[in-house]
Design a protein around this ligand. Structure first.
Ligand code: GTP
Ligand code: MG
Length: 214
């Protein structure tokens, strides 16, 4: 939903990359299990159930690469996916934050894992911070955005589940989200509206991932 479409050669490069080889590398339940930091990484962050794993599947055009679920709290570890052969980048699917129903110590464990990874990962080129288009930015999202701003980690807000609301509502939440992104020092000024169901915004997001590692 940006005014200027991404340059079409970038979109085409991205399409080719994500329709080529992509392989699950490993799950890291703790920081000590992270893969060596030898390739650029782009990570999916956001509240539980916002659609992180679904968006990773849509981006890579592979159902079931990342496990998804109706029940919040599906993804419990950092999951690394190698993209390209030869390797170009790694995608990282992460546990969600703000999931109140999980036991407190589990929630804490996920939060430390996600926050430590986001703050300290040298090869992390960009975090995609997913926002449910039906709800807009919540305070728990703002906490993560503040942490990323403070740590000077580049991030981009991505609206998810755009198919679940009317186009006029989407335009409204998109405008509000862009306005807030532009007040944030480490946030990309453009916001992509996506749907893993309809494919809306996926080509643009792929191009955004390439741009992030470029
Ligand atoms: P956790 O791993 O638990 O943090 O969740 P997650 O953010 O990875 O969410 P997940 O991808 O598992 O999706 C949660 C639910 O939302 C699933 O039932 C998905 O089918 C649904 N969902 C995800 N993206 C979309 C979308 O774009 N449109 C619609 N209609 N449903 C979606
Ligand atoms: Mg998940």
């Amino acid at each position: 939903m940006t005014d200027d479409p991404e340059p079409s050669d970038l979109v085409e490069t991205a399409r080719k990359l994500f329709s080529g080889p992509i392989a699950f590398l490993k799950s890291a339940p703790q920081l000590k299990f992270l893969p060596d930091p030898d390739y650029p990484e782009v990570a999916f962050a956001g509240r539980s159930n916002v659609g992180k794993s679904s968006l990773l599947n849509a981006l890579t055009n592979r159902n079931g690469l990342a496990r998804t679920s109706n029940t919040p709290g599906r993804t419990q570890e950092l999951n690394f996916f190698d993209v390209g052969d030869p390797m170009v980048l790694r995608l990282v699917d992460m546990p969600g934050y703000g999931f109140a129903k999980a036991p407190k110590d589990v929630v804490k464990k996920w939060r430390f894992l996600v926050n430590d990874y986001l703050r300290g990962r040298v090869v992390l080129k960009r975090a995609l911070v997913l926002i449910d288009a039906r709800h807009g930015i919540k305070d728990v999202d703002r906490e993560v955005m503040k942490m990323l701003d403070d740590a000077a980690v580049s991030y981009r807000l991505v609206l998810t589940k755009a198919d679940k609301i009317k186009p006029t509502e989407l335009a409204d939440v998109h405008a509000k989200t862009v306005a807030e992104a532009r007040t944030r020092p480490a946030a990309h000024p453009e916001v992509i509206a996506t749907s893993s169901e309809t494919g809306q915004g996926i080509a643009e997001l792929r191009a955004g991932v390439i741009e992030a590692i470029g």
